[in-house]
Design a protein around this ligand. Structure first.
Ligand code: MN
Length: 130
């Protein structure tokens, strides 16, 4: 499945790495550099999946996840948090904020696409696609 993915990330290098990996698999990756524009883009365009950095300026990823989940149209979209390996409490907080799951940073380029495809496969089972 070729997916439309939104990546909310303030770090350019992180974005380009993820984009490189996922476009090589045929996916399309859009970039929002902060939470505000991420929420706006998610409300405007239909995405199959949202990747969410937790350490974002102004509004952290937890607040962004909560805001995304307040939009009923986005209720069934998987939101995958990118949490830092060192921050043990991040994962629980990400799930509590409405994220569907998490992937630890730094990402592993060898397995990242597969991890994303697992999340995509889960949503394909039930909910309507964009
Ligand atoms: Mn960041």
């Amino acid at each position: 499945m070729k997916a439309k993915i939104l990546y909310i990330e303030d770090n350019e290098q992180n974005f380009y790495l993820v984009q490189f990996i996922l476009t090589a698999k045929g996916h399309q990756v859009s970039w929002a550099r902060d939470g505000q524009s991420g929420v706006e883009m998610a409300g405007r365009e239909r995405f199959h999946l949202i990747l969410l950095d937790i350490q974002l300026p102004v509004r952290n990823g937890y607040l962004v996840a909560q805001e995304l989940r307040r939009n009923p149209a986005l209720a069934s979209i998987p939101i995958v948090a990118l949490t830092s390996y060192a921050m043990a409490g991040d994962r629980e907080k990400a799930l509590a904020a409405g994220c569907s799951g998490y992937i630890e940073k730094p990402i592993n380029p060898a397995t990242f696409a597969e991890q994303i495809e697992r999340f995509l496969a889960k949503t394909q089972e039930g909910s309507p696609q964009p």
